[in-house]
Design a protein around this ligand. Structure first.
Ligand code: SF4
Length: 370
């Protein structure tokens, strides 16, 4: 270990792999299927071992959707038996609003204040149904009220612009939702009256990703995204709401890289020769230089980013089998356009195909593993 601050400067405890949900924009939720959990005992032992060998004072419980872990209660109780006295805090990444409880809140807040982040992803129920987020406004307001009652005064909410079927009404819904969160603060009798509420809304741009039901969708153009970002800014008038958004140019290059085919390799080689590096850092990212290497390689970024791929088109990543079938992704795409949701894997199996991978997990709970 170098003695420097690293990105994840804490114990990262991966609780389970995969996700029971099926958000239709999410690649990780598909390619890591099916869900496989570690037991609470194994995790407790691993956390102790990591603490003793590193001396870190924070444990982050990581997974795609940590509050869906079936033994979360037992795990947090076991951890708190020794983390408290050693001044080690527990932190949780972005939380699902529908499985966030007061008990969980009390546990993560035991030693130090943990920041709370929720990801409704879309501003209206209609669009949340399109993306299969399966959370309702009432769930969010209940979750933030739990946090406010416990003395928190600020929450961060993640959203996305440019999702398939998005309208300006959906965008306005983001600011309406943020205002309702502020209202929820003032309706909490146990709120921290010495402080004002603060809601940060962080809005990224939709990037169509391989192996998702939205893999065929076109990304909004830079102009359309800028327009949507401006529109949302114009709707936020309350200073208690802080609005941040992602650079659409970075998202466009990400879309090109996400859906590129073999011809993209010459552009990548050229980028490498020209010394591109650390492009994820704002100060190192140069959009015009990326466009230049694409053009020099005879490629049009719009072909990869802003074009709807044909449903019968052979996709560059069709040579890879991630377990989940293309038929399932097609079905899910149809359901998205019908604004119809799909139950999660614990409620009902939707036949995605990942069960063929076997192992002991949600699809094959009784399978033996060595
Ligand atoms: S096969 Fe069924 S239970 Fe298993 S990951 Fe797919 S949808 Fe979920």
């Amino acid at each position: 270990m170098p003695y420097i601050e690293t990105v994840h400067d804490r114990i990262m405890l991966e609780v389970f792999r995969g996700c029971i949900r099926g958000c239709r924009f999410c690649q990780a939720g598909i390619i890591y299927r099916p869900v496989r959990e570690k037991s609470a005992d194994t995790l407790n032992e691993q956390a102790k071992c990591l603490f003793e060998s590193t001396g870190y004072d924070e444990i982050s419980l990581t997974s795609l959707s940590i509050s869906d872990y079936s033994q979360l209660e037992e795990l947090t109780t076991n951890l708190l038996e020794w983390t408290d006295e050693n001044m080690v805090s527990l932190s949780l990444p972005s939380l699902r609003v529908d499985s966030f409880t007061k008990e969980l809140m009390d546990k993560v807040a035991t030693v130090r204040s943990a920041s709370l982040t929720f990801a409704p992803e879309a501003g209206t129920q209609r669009l949340r149904d399109v993306i299969n987020k399966n959370v309702r406004e009432g769930d969010l307001l209940r979750a933030v009220s739990v946090a406010f009652e416990a003395g928190k005064n600020s929450v961060k909410l993640y959203f996305m612009n440019g999702l398939p079927t998005e309208t300006y009404e959906d965008i306005e819904g983001i600011s309406t939702l943020a205002s309702r969160v502020i209202d929820a603060y003032y309706q909490c009798p146990g709120r921290n009256k010495a402080k004002k509420p603060q809601v940060t809304i962080s809005v990224s741009c939709f990037i169509p990703k391989p192996f998702t039901p939205f893999q065929w969708e076109a990304q909004d153009t830079l102009e359309a995204l800028a327009d949507k970002q401006d529109y949302l800014r114009s709707k936020i008038t309350d200073r208690k709401i802080k609005y941040t958004y992602h650079d659409a140019k970075v998202s466009r290059i990400e879309a090109v890289l996400a859906r590129g085919d073999r011809r993209l390799s010459s552009a990548l080689e050229l980028a490498c020769k020209e010394g591109f590096k650390f492009d994820a850092w704002d100060e190192c990212f140069d959009y015009d230089k990326w466009i230049s290497v694409l053009e020099q390689s005879g490629l049009d970024p719009a072909f990869y980013a802003n074009r709807a791929f044909g449903l019968d088109e052979v996709l560059p990543w069709d040579i890879i089998d991630c377990g989940v079938t293309k038929e399932f992704l097609r079905r899910e795409r149809d359901r998205a356009y019908a604004e119809s949701t799909t139950p999660h894997c614990r409620e009902k199996c939707s036949g995605c195909g990942a069960n063929k991978l076997g192992g002991k997990g949600i699809c094959c709970p009784n399978a033996k593993v060595n």
